[in-house]
Design a binder for this molecule. Structure first.
Ligand code: ATP
Ligand code: MG
Length: 495
């Protein structure tokens, strides 16, 4: 470990030692301050220092919804003499009667202390050091109380805090959290909730309120503006006026935030169960411009008036279905989500190239390449997700081939289900021959190969007779995987 001498002191450049040292010094200074003249009760009385204590079961928290891992973590830490609480989103969800998806624990033990207490625990993160405590498949994230961002924090030119890793007291940890409803400390063993910033009251009156001075908090971390909007949409809470007031002026600060972080936040918004209203709220507060080019593109699509309407209808429907899945607790595929958001420009290019005489499948390939090239350098979408959405799109023309073995081959495709769900969306906004989705539903639900074969045969016979005015051309057989985008005569599939 690199060390250097400064004057008579030996200073370690190891950040964890410095953090621990700073915690010890702060504690020492604080206990000395208790004996200072004029110190009334041995505790600070500044706003936010003394929490309001609630009985958890009286404010709607059901301990049975707390995971055993979270309880064992709190118990282990408390038995070793430390403070330990369930914090953050889990307490908020518990108060709303929801089963939290994961549990975070905050403590005054350092990461090293935590690691010593639990058999399966590992320290993660370089700058913001946390401990993952493992119980079977469950991971509990344990963080040491952090100090609020002070004037001594390293910031960029706009006030964005670049390092936020100094250990602190519990009330400081509460003050550095974003929203009052996210700053509750729940102790499942004593059935108490410590509330430093009126979070319980805000939860009960369904209000989103940022802690501290809003402008300063947004400058420290502009992502908080997105979080405010996300939680308001997700929980369907009202936004406190003071909380939203500076957002219009500060919205541009979002552009200084690393794209990867914005992308993560975007995914959370899209999976919040209120995705469309979340995007609309972003627009309402002017946060969509430059936040992610994708949001502009989704909410302000290009093209003729009809195309714009169709794009909006498509995205709205796709997000509504996503919301339904989230609300039913079903998993969401990020590939499918982005396939939906980016589809309309692909469709527009595709149809334009076709109108210019290009064959359907090569036209689709080219349209996809164009849109991905334009969007990809601006979006930090993982390669795996891009491969996924490309596949969903490329399956689309194959759904229109319903002769011979083609439907059977498509059915056994690994991404069939996603492609089929996507087809249903397209059909609903008039982008696919009417009845095509119903045909595939019947094919999918038919019992056994024999029924399926009968359905294919029936369809082919009907198609042949409905296109009878034209002399029959000899069919070239092509592999289904390439497809030729052949659009079946409309109505040819009605049963
Ligand atoms: P969910 O995980 O359901 O989206 P959450 O509130 O748990 O919601 P996380 O991103 O997991 O959100 O963060 C955990 C906690 O850390 C938050 O509840 C909040 O107290 C704090 N926090 C997270 N991000 C910020 C931020 N940008 N500024 C201040 N505090 C934050
Ligand atoms: Mg969380």
């Amino acid at each position: 470990m690199p060390r250097f001498r400064a004057g008579p002191f030996l200073i370690s450049s190891n950040p964890q030692r410095l953090d621990t040292l700073s915690l010890v010094i702060r504690k020492l200074l604080r206990s000395l301050a208790r004996f200072a003249p004029g110190h009334a009760h041995g505790r600070g009385h500044a706003r936010g220092h003394d929490p309001k204590v609630h009985k958890a079961s009286r404010i709607g928290i059901d301990r049975r919804l707390v995971s055993s891992g979270a309880i064992r973590t709190v118990e282990g830490l408390q038995q070793a003499g430390y403070k330990a609480f369930v914090v953050g989103g889990a307490v908020r969800d518990l108060m709303l009667g929801l089963r939290p998806k994961d549990f975070d624990v905050a403590t005054d033990a350092t990461p090293e202390d935590v690691q010593h207490i639990f058999r399966r625990a590992r320290i993660i993160g370089k700058r913001f050091r946390l401990v993952h405590v493992l119980f079977g498949p469950e991971t509990i994230e344990v963080s040491t109380f952090r100090a609020a961002a002070g004037d001594d924090h390293e910031t960029d030119a706009h006030g964005r805090v670049l390092r936020d890793n100094t250990f602190g007291e519990q009330h400081e940890d509460a003050a550095r959290r974003d929203l009052s409803i996210n700053a509750l400390y729940y102790d499942p063993l004593s059935d108490t909730v410590l509330d430093y910033h009126h979070g319980v009251e805000d939860l009960q009156s369904r209000r989103i309120r940022i802690i501290g001075q809003p402008e300063r908090r947004y400058r420290e971390d502009p992502v908080r503006m997105l979080r405010v909007v996300r939680f308001a949409a997700k929980l369907q809470f009202d936004l406190e006026a003071k909380t939203t007031e500076p957002i219009a002026d500060l919205a541009d600060l979002i552009q200084n935030v690393p794209q990867a972080r914005l992308f993560d936040e975007m995914i959370k918004l899209l999976q919040s169960g209120q995705a469309f209203s979340g995007l609309q709220q972003l627009r309402r507060y002017g946060l969509h411009h430059g936040c992610l080019p994708l949001v502009d593109m989704v909410l302000e699509p290009e093209g003729s008036e009809d195309e714009k309407q169709q794009s909006l209808a498509f995205v709205k429907l796709a997000l509504e279905r996503t919301d339904q899945r989230v609300q039913q607790g079903k998993p969401i595929s990020v590939g499918f989500l982005f396939a939906s958001l980016l589809w309309c420009p692909v469709y527009r290019h595709w149809k334009k190239l076709e109108a210019q005489g290009m064959k359907s499948v090569p036209a689709l390939h080219e349209a996809i390449d164009q849109v991905i090239d334009q969007q990809l350098d601006r979006l930090s979408i993982q390669k795996r997700v891009v491969a996924d959405l490309r596949e969903i799109w490329l399956l689309q023309p194959r759904f229109e081939k319903r002769n011979g073995q083609a439907p059977f081959r498509l059915l056994s495709h690994l991404r069939f289900r996603a492609g089929y769900d996507f087809l249903l969306l397209r059909e609903a906004v008039g982008q696919a021959p009417e009845g095509l989705g119903a045909w595939w539903t019947e094919f999918l639900e038919a019992e056994g190969e024999e029924h399926r074969a009968q359905l294919v045969q029936r369809t082919n016979t009907r198609q042949a007779s409905s296109s009878s005015p034209r002399p029959r051309r000899r069919r070239r057989s092509k592999p289904a995987a390439q497809g030729d985008g052949l659009v079946l005569s409309e109505g040819g599939t009605e049963s």
